[in-house]
Design a protein around this ligand. Structure first.
Ligand code: NDP
Ligand code: OXD
Length: 315
């Protein structure tokens, strides 16, 4: 007997279980912690699984991450070594992330926070505007999400450059790759967007030294940071210090080293910071359940799984 388990301790699993039962009525769908007989579980769909949990299922065949990022799954020290992990690569999630990135880039570019403050203060200030083409957006992590956001920003008229481990071909986007080309990428970037996964290599990459290498030739005279990848990529004291000193003009953060963000964090009240609670790209239950079930069907037909995680790379 083959059973499917949702392992989502921080989410209400009801919408997921209901959606999956509708899509796969013949499958025995369960929800953690009511796992039943562990020997019967063949598939697990997980989001922030507790450490040591995934090792409990001796007949597990595939782990599905319910998000694009897999750092929480790979961070489990007792994760079984030989089980494939599939991550989300889905147009719905990609579109949501691109909406968020375009929204934040435009918000900074058109100085929306200044306009809102002026409205609150009843100030009629027709300050000068500049063209989108005056700004270069640099995307760190030109993967599935980064490439889509890049295309949409290009359509808005921004110049776009991208950085990843390997060189990419995205029409209209200048691609930089690896540590050798990192500084050249940063030197062209007025608005830095991070869509990097959390790995040993990206831990703390957004620090004061990096910020110091960003372009200061743009219309704001100092760079802007947007991080919607993972909080572990940022050194948070450095970002605060750079916002205080003017080394950063402004920032948007959707992700944090500790989530939920502690109440005492200075990020909550910093006047130059726009903060969102890790909601840049939500995973829609029905869409993702269809995606997962299609993969189970492929797998049971003996076809390969797609969007497999490379455990050595960590994403
Ligand atoms: P992909 O795996 O498609 O893209 C990751 C990109 O990062 C790749 O281009 C990869 O390069 C690059 N990369 C990884 N490590 C390095 C490194 N050390 N140096 C340079 N480049 C590197 O992932 P997605 O685009 O689908 O997702 C990206 C991340 O976004 C997720 O891992 C997740 O953390 C985050 N995310 C956040 C959400 C939110 O709501 N805030 C929602 C969804 C995702 P290469 O292609 O050469 O390997
Ligand atoms: C994801 C996320 O990785 O929502 O999909 O953070």
């Amino acid at each position: 007997m083959s059973a499917f388990l949702f392992l989502t301790p921080t989410w209400n699993s009801d919408p997921w279980v209901n959606a999956f039962r509708k899509i796969a009525p013949k499958l025995d769908v369960r929800s953690w912690p009511n796992v039943g007989n562990v020997n019967e579980i063949s598939y697990i769909a997980a989001w922030l699984p507790p450490p040591d949990e995934l090792k409990r299922f001796p007949n597990l065949k595939v782990i599905f991450s319910l998000g694009a990022g897999v750092d929480a799954i790979l961070g489990d020290p007792t994760l079984p070594l030989d089980i494939p992990i599939v991550r989300v690569n889905d147009d719905d999630l990609t579109n949501r992330m691109s909406e968020y990135i375009v929204l934040q880039v435009l918000m900074h570019h058109r100085q929306q926070r200044r306009i809102e403050q002026n409205q609150r203060d009843r100030i009629w200030d027709q300050f000068p505007q500049h063209a989108a083409s005056a700004l270069t957006v640099g995307i760190m992590g030109l993967g599935v999400l980064g490439a889509d956001a890049a295309r949409k920003l290009l359509m808005m008229g921004f110049k776009v450059v991208g950085w990843s481990r390997s060189s990419k071909q995205v029409d209209g986007v200048k691609s930089f790759a690896g540590s050798k080309e990192f500084d050249a990428f940063l030197a062209e970037t007025d608005i830095l967007v991070s869509l990097l996964p959390a790995t040993a290599d990206t831990d703390g990459i957004i620090n004061r030294q990096l910020i110091g290498k960003l372009s200061r030739k743009g219309p704001f005279g100092a760079p802007i940071l947007i991080n919607a990848g993972r909080g572990r990529a940022q050194v948070e004291e450095d970002i605060l210090a750079c916002l205080d000193s003017g080394e950063l003009y402004a920032a948007t953060l959707d992700v944090f080293r500790k989530e939920p963000l502690p109440l005492e964090s200075r990020f909550w009240s910093h006047p130059k910071l726009t903060l969102t609670p890790h909601l840049a790209a939500d995973s829609d239950a029905e869409t993702i359940c269809r995606y997962v079930f299609a993969q189970i069907e492929r797998f049971e037909r003996g076809e390969g799984l797609v969007n497999l995680v490379n455990r050595l790379q960590g994403y």
